[in-house]
Each structure stands twice: as C-alpha cells, then as structure tokens.
Design a protein around this ligand. Structure first.
Ligand code: MTE
Ligand code: HPA
Ligand code: MOS
Length: 793
C-alpha cells in the first residue's frame, strides 16, 4: 500500500461528518460573494445586451444613460488598459465590436445602485448592422463552421470490422445542452486595499485563472491582483472559465472609479450570457456479433461549441475518451470536431464531455438490443471490459473486474430478476400504463486531460496553542471539498476534527492553482494538505520524542494525544505545539502534490491520461402513462465506487445530487433557442425557471437507495479514496433507458427503439405512439404524430 493511501488507526477521514457549512447554509449565515458586496458602498455593474444573434456594432451613444440619476459611468473597450479578452485563447473579446450571440454584453453601466445601472443600461443607444447567423449545430455542419482542432480516436480497422459484422446498425444521435442553474448566479466584487493590491472576491472555480485574466485585462502582473472565493452556491463547471471576464469588468470599474464595484448577474442575464453544457450531433455505425458483442464502431461527433472555444477542446477530448463507457470496442474510428454557432460559448458542465460520449454508446445499446433480440441489461454486461484490455486510446482498464462486481451487486440490491417478472405481469395487465427497469454502468476517468493541471498546493499553519488553520487551492461549491480537507488535515496531524479550521481559498495564500474541476479537488488538494501536515507532524515528532524520551520514529499522533510506542505516558498535541515554538521549530508548511504516472499524446490520441477509473451502476424503474407520456421514477438503486470514502455523508450526497442532475439533463431540462428567421433569431427562449424545468422534490425517485461499493481501496490516492463529483451524473442514463423500454412496451417486441432527447413527457409520448403504431391491438394515431423533436440542436 502506498504511503499516500494508507490510513492510520482511528482516522478522522471516513467518519460521516456533516458539511462544514451545513448550519450556515440552512440558517443563512454562510455568506456568498454578493452578500459581502451588498454590505458595502460598492457601485453596481449592469450589462447592455445585444438583441441580435450576429451583428457588427456601428455606433454607441451614452448621453441619455449618463443623465440617469445614480449612473456613474459606462465601461467600454476604450477603458481596457491591457488585453481586451476574457479568455486565454484570444477569441473572446471582453467588449466586442462584433456581436456573436443574442444577449452578448456590448458594454456595462456603473451605477450607485443596481436599479440606477439597470435604468442607465436601458437607454444606452447601440447601432447594429445584422449579419447572417448559425443557430443550430446542423446549420453549422452544413456551413462547415468549425473551430479548434479536430480529433481522431482510432484503433484497428473499423471499416473492415463493420464490413464483416453480421449485424450492422446506423443512426444519428442528437441531444442538447444543459443550463447549470447554480442557485448563486455569477458574482464578483472588486476593490483596492490600502497597499494598492486589487482584490477580487468572486464566485469562481478557478481563482488563479480569474487572477490571471483580471491581470491581463488591466495590464497588471499577477502579484498585483488577489482573488478570493469564500464559497459558491453551486458551480457545476459553469464557474470554471466564465467568471473571469465578469470579474475583470468589476475590476476595470474599480480601477476607473477607485470605488468597490459589484457585479451580479440576475437569473435571466446568467442564462442568456453564460455558456452551458455542449449539445452534440453524432452520426454512427456499429457492428455486433451474433452473441451481441460489439465488433466495430465508426462515429463523427460534432460538439456545439457556441461562439468561442473556451473549454470546448478539452470537453470534446473527454467525450472521445468516454465513447467506450464500460465496453470493449475492438475496432473503432471516431472523429470529433467543434462547431461554431451564434450561441453562448458552451463550457464545462459536470462530466465535461464524458456524459456526451457515454450518451452515444448507451443510445446505441438501447436502440440495438431489441433488434439483436437480447435483453438490454444482458447486452451491456456481455460487452464489459475484462482484465487485460485497454481503452481505444491505449490506457489499461485497471480494476475492470470492479465493473462486473458492481453490476452483480446492483442487480441483487434492486431485485432485478424478480422485479422484471413483476413488471412484465404489470404491463400485461395494464394497456395504458407501462413500467420498465433498466440498468446502466459507468466507467469515468479521473484526472484533468491536460497533464499540467494535475497539481495542487496547500498552506497549513499550526498555532502555538495547537489549533490548526488550513488553506488549499480548491474551491467549495457545495460538494464538500472543505469538509474533506478538514478531515484529511485532522487525520494527518492526529488531532480531532474540531481542532482544524479552514480559511477561504485565495490566490495570495496558495499560488498557481488548477480549477476545482474534473472531480479532482479532493485527490489533488488532499495530497497537498496531507503533505504539508506531514512536514509539520514530522518536525513535531522530533520535539515530542524528547518530551517522551523516545525516538521520533516511535511517536504517534492521534485525536490530539501524542504517545510513544510501548509507553503509557502521553502528552497533548497542544503541549507539543507550545514546546515546538519554544524550541524554535517551524509550525507551518506549504504542501504540494502532483499526480504521478500520467502521460498523454494529444496528437496521436494515445496514452494514459487518467490516474484511475471510477465505476458505478444504477437500476431505475419508471412508470409511463400511455395517454400523456407523463412518468414517475418509482425506484433507483445505485452502487458506486468512491474508493475508501473520505466522508461518506458527503459522498452519498454527491451520488444522489449527480444522479438527479443527470436525470434533469436527460429527462426534463429542455433548452430552446429561437431558430426562426424572425427578429428573435438566436434568442434563448427558455431563460427562466418558468420555462426551463429543473428537477425538484416532485421528480425525486420515490425510493432512492445509494450504496457505496466496499473493499474499494484505491492505492496511490489520498487515504485510499476516489473522486466522486462527476461520475454519478452518468448513472442517470438508467432513467432514460427505462423510459425508452417503457415507451417501447406500448408496441410489439423486437424493433429498434428511438427516443428523442431530452426524454420529456412529450418526447416519451411520441416514442410510445410510434411503438404503438407498430402493434395491432392499439389505436394507431401515430400516422399524424410529428417526428420526435430533437430540441435545441
Ligand atoms: N456538487 C455541488 N453540490 N455543487 C457543485 O457545483 N460541482 C460538480 C461536483 N459536485 C458541484 C458538485 C463538478 S462539475 C465537479 S468537477 C466537482 O464537484 C468538483 O469538486 P471536487 O473536485 O471537489 O469533487
Ligand atoms: N475536466 C474539467 N476541466 C478540465 C478538464 C477536465 O477533464 N481538462 C481540462 N480542463
Ligand atoms: Mo466540473 S465540469 O470539471 O467543474
């Protein structure tokens, strides 16, 4: 066992601890960026948003705005002292001369209040020269409007495999994006301290990059800007890249006025300005053997990138690396490309391309199983990786056996065989309601697919009273990272959890950090926190050895007591800290961690980009109403692999939340953009909770059983744990597959089963109508039904 993954006796990790801010969250004492901003005398910033999908800006006039009481000034490109770009790829002008999407902010008004700024923005006059626009990914493919490099993943000879396969199927799979709908919208607050440091408090998953972009926009060096993130009310990937430009707007305002400037988007601004999950268009052909083994796959994946690249290349990369999900595909050729459309710049969203890749293969499984005459659960299992096989990009699938064990366990927990029989009986007795139970697997690669990002730092301080304060480079967005880091520090120092406090994430404490993303927050920052704690503990062991008259190697730290092997005497951690201070032994340390063993050649599309894979499986039962397509999620059983959990309550919450968020994407949330040629072309039509349906209590599974896979120790990761943030989202494919199967049960057995995405009641209704149309004993009115809609593509 590695030193990193080995746990001491009675560790504080693994204890079911509540979230460190749980009480603050429910009582309202936990503060968010705009809570702090609202207490001061900050100016407020408000955007002027363009009413065109694509246009040149030919003029702007501010006289009327400046006459509005309380308006202080208008920020434009002329006010940018440094580089006018919100990103790092030079394709995202912060103040554009060309409008690239409907709602694109063209300038910002500063006011004494949000209301003054809003009224000012309403009377800014902008002249536009409209240009032709591309709204759907299909339009972009037709116009060959692409951005960034194209990528090819290839193994063997897919053409030959398809030519000789006994069963070949072709299809197009399309699905749309997803709005993050974090409860806290984008927010930042900028101000100067007395020494001239520009401080930015921001809701950002990537404080170091916010710092970097604020610095380049203002023409400053990084040491003149400090970014702090106390916590976020959800990020879900939406705050990995896109807070930077908004923070820079607040910072420019501060530089020009000398006043603190606050910028908080309202919900509609957030939905119309910021990027979402990428929708994809995928065409594929697949070959199966008579036994249902996949022989070959060819596919072209086109991501809908929106107007600029931001994280699209990396998202596409992860999609290509998750096209296999848990399945061995001997011969494969998949091309990936990013379309450029006149929409918000699509960005990271929980799973980061993984869900999009998995969508394709799970759609293929669900559509082809009936044609092959094989039960879908059995078809999936037959194709699982076995020990010794590699992914298409060359990474050995370590612990492939876990997928099989988890699968067996979820079938058992869910009583799969018995309930399948009951469901068949229910369906036979109910012509107008059908149930189905579907199981899907997930295998998800953990590490950033950009190797350099896989590093982290921490700063740990032990005060001479023995109390501990930790800083690390990760941000808290509700996922419980800070709780886990407190547990890691308490374990490594051998103090009780109550002895450790955690200070907000800031770039002037820990520099050059990576985004808290790719689910790696605990792996990376946990490694760094543990490293810092161990430096201090080792020094303290020297002090304690003298106090206990033993050798430093024989000193043990646990729950605030320091003991020597084979001795009854003990001293307290606090006494050792005080003594260390008196002896002039350093009680602080900066820690560092880098993930070992990664290598990746993005040109050859080959290597081992992931430290390990996280595995899981879910069994979901639904009931569909034949008259409306409305459905209920009757029961969900999940078995998920989090290694040896650092914090079980947190991890179960992540599994539940991830599943429900995935279910939202796949079954409810329906992004619609105006693709007409009318004046609203390119406008996001679903720009509030009134038209964008999120999962709520009423959509929760009626029975929801989450089991953490045991005997799951992961060697080489902090205290044997595994990342949990994103993988469970993809367990929600079981809900989509159950809906597909239930809709199909309205018709005869054996034909392919298509289901448009998202599987809203409306789309489920059209799917069941089509199924029924194939039967003889149901009234057939599907002849008049429209094709299933492929919304939002
Ligand atoms: N959980 C909550 N409550 N809120 C969030 O914003 N973000 C998810 C996931 N779980 C998120 C969440 C995403 S996209 C990622 S990458 C991980 O948390 C990031 O945190 P971690 O690396 O600490 O798991
Ligand atoms: N996840 C999240 N963010 C990233 C990744 C990833 O895999 N790669 C680069 N940025
Ligand atoms: Mo998560 S999409 O990697 O922030």
């Amino acid at each position: 066992m590695s030193a990193l993954s080995e746990r001491p006796e009675n560790p504080v990790v693994g204890v079911p601890e509540p979230h460190e801010s749980a009480v603050g969250h429910v009582t309202g004492t936990a503060l968010y960026t705009d809570d702090i901003a609202a207490r001061g005398d900050a100016l407020s910033a408000w955007p002027v948003q363009a009413p065109h999908a694509h246009a040149l800006i030919t003029g702007m006039r501010f006289e009327k705005a400046l006459q509005v009481p309380g308006v202080v000034r208008v920020l434009t490109a002329d006010d940018v002292p440094g580089i006018n770009d919100a990103g790092v790829k030079n394709d995202e002008p912060l103040f554009p001369t060309e409008v690239m999407y409907y709602g694109h902010p063209v300038c910002w008004v500063l006011g004494e209040s949000q209301e003054a700024a809003r009224l000012g923005a309403a009377v800014v006059e902008v002249d536009y020269d409209p240009l032709p626009s591309l709204v759907t990914v299909r339009d972009a493919i037709e116009a060959e409007s692409f951005q960034g490099p194209q990528r090819l993943t290839r193994r063997g000879d897919a053409d030959a495999a398809l030519a000789s396969a006994p069963h070949v199927f072709e299809g197009v799979t399309e699905f749309s994006g997803q709005e993050h709908f974090y409860l806290e919208t984008m927010a930042s607050l900028a101000y100067y301290d007395e020494g001239g440091t520009l401080y930015v408090q921001a809701g950002t998953q990537h404080p170091s990059e916010t710092q970097e972009i604020v610095a380049h926009v203002l023409g400053l060096s990084n040491n003149e800007v400090a970014v702090q993130c106390i916590r976020m009310g959800g990020g879900f990937g939406g705050k990995e890249m896109q807070p930077h430009g908004l923070a820079a707007i607040a910072a420019i305002g501060t530089k020009l006025t000398g006043r603190p400037v606050r910028l908080r988007l309202n919900r509609t601004q957030d939905m119309t300005i910021t990027g979402k999950r990428h929708g994809f268009h995928v065409s594929w052909s697949v070959g199966f053997s008579d036994e249902g083994k996949i022989l070959g796959l060819k596919a072209t994946l086109t991501a809908d990138g929106g107007w600029s690249l931001d994280l699209s290349e990396a998202v596409l990369g992860r999609a290509l690396c998750h096209l296999d999900n848990a399945y061995w595909i001997p011969d494969i050729e998949a091309l990936g490309r990013i379309s450029k459309t006149n929409k918000t710049s699509q960005t990271a969203f929980r799973g980061f391309g993984g869900p999009q890749g998995v969508f394709v293969i799970e759609d293929i499984m669900g559509r082809c199983a009936p044609e092959l005459g094989i039960d879908p659960a059995e078809l999936r299992r037959r194709n699982f990786y076995v020990a010794g096989q590699d992914t298409p990009y060359g990474q050995p699938v370590r612990h492939a056996e876990r997928m099989h064990e988890i699968w067996d366990q979820v079938l058992e927990n869910a009583n799969f065989t018995e309930r399948s029989t009951e469901i068949a009986a229910f369906n036979a007795a109910h012509p107008h309601a059908k149930r189905a139970l579907a199981v899907t697997p997930i295998k998800f690669g953990i590490s950033f697919n950009v190797a350099a990002f896989n590093q982290a730092g921490a700063l740990v301080l032990v005060y001479k009273d023995g109390s501990v304060l930790i800083n690390h480079g990760g941000t808290e967005m509700g996922q419980g990272l800070h709780t886990k880091m407190i547990q890691v520090a308490a374990t490594a120092l051998g103090v009780p959890r109550s002895a450790v406090r955690l200070a907000p994430t800031r770039t002037d404490k820990v520099p050059n950090t990576s985004a808290t993303a790719a689910s790696t927050g605990a792996d990376l920052n946990g490694g760094a926190v543990k490293n810092a704690c161990e430096q201090i503990r080792d020094r303290m062991a020297g002090v304690a050895a003298t106090m206990l008259r033993t050798s430093p190697n024989d000193v043990r730290f646990s729950h605030g007591e320091v003991t020597a092997l084979g001795q009854h005497d003990s001293v307290t951690f606090n006494d050792v800290a005080k003594e260390a201070y008196l002896q002039r032994v350093q009680l602080s340390a900066s820690g560092y961690y880098r993930t070992e063993g990664l290598h990746w050649d993005s040109e050859a599309w080959f290597g081992s980009p992931f430290k390990y894979f996280a595995y899981g499986a879910a069994a979901t039962e639904v009931e569909v109403d034949g008259f409306t397509g409305a459905y209920r999620i009757r029961r969900v059983d999940i078995v998920h692999d989090v290694g040896d959990s650092l914090s079980p309550i947190i991890d179960i919450g992540q599994v539940e939340g991830g599943f429900v968020q995935g279910m939202g994407w796949l079954t409810l949330e329906d992004l619609r953009w105006d693709s007409s040629d009318g004046p609203g072309r390119g406008r996001l039509l679903t720009q509030a909770a009134s038209t964008y349906k999120l999962p709520s209590f009423s959509e929760m599974p009626e029975e929801f059983n989450v089991t953490l896979y045991d005997r799951a120790h992961e060697d080489g990761v902090v205290y044997g744990s595994k990342a949990v943030g994103e993988p469970p989202l993809m367990l929600a494919f079981s809900a989509r597959e159950a809906l597909r199967q239930a809709a199909a049960s309205f018709g005869p057995a054996g034909a392919t089963r298509e289901l448009a995405s998202p599987a809203t009641p409306e789309n489920v209704f059209w799917a069941l109508q089509q199924a029924a149309a194939r039967g003889v004993d149901m009234p057939n009115d599907a002849a008049t039904a429209p094709e299933p809609s492929l919304a939002g593509s």
